[in-house]
Design a protein around this ligand. Sequence first.
Ligand SMILES: [Zn+2]
Length: 231
Amino acid sequence: MTPRALSTLVLAAVLTASCSLVASPKDRHSAPDPATGPASGSASPSALGQTFEEDVELARTLTERYWQQTFQAAGRTYRPLSRFEAYSGQDGPDCGGQPAVPENAFYCPVGHFVAYDAQWMRSLYEEKGDGAVYVIIPHELGHAVQAQLMSDFSLNINRELQADCYAGGALKGMIDAGQLEAESGDDEELLANLAAAGDPTDAWWREDAHGTPAERQQSFAKGYNNGVNTC
Ligand SMILES: [Zn+2]
């Protein structure tokens, strides 16, 4: 078997397992934290995970819970985001003097927050499915983890691919914990989301290399299959 065939098989397994994501019924009962509640719109706690706003909040809450537990298991303390902020077009928050750009999501180490263009993310959600939210938000929280671990990268692409790997590992952790249920669905969904998501106009790191769609998918699959420790 050629290496290429192997990686295709591994990827196919991941995509089949993690395409259409839905919140577990037990998790739908947990209301969002009022202090940090949905960044936009008004989510009904009784229907978590049923709308864009609810999926956004769930993706953030579950990913941070995953990392809190993972840090704790390693004898460390995860520092939750100070803010999780929706913006619209040009009105995003500055990050260390750099203006936010439309159609982006980013982690800002100065202030330790994640911000996202809500209209842009909603359009991905509507066009490409809920997987968009469950790829983008765990990826950005992966950058928050890198900041806490003071991970150092000589190339931006390595930072980005590790964030994809962290996203895959965190997503698998949530599924294993029964917080998300994976249903088999359209394999194209996650492929499309990984290709389209991330920081296509990211200016924060000065370089804009994030990896090809294939590299991003392989990095995500690595975390999903082997866990965040292998990222
Ligand atoms: Zn990124």
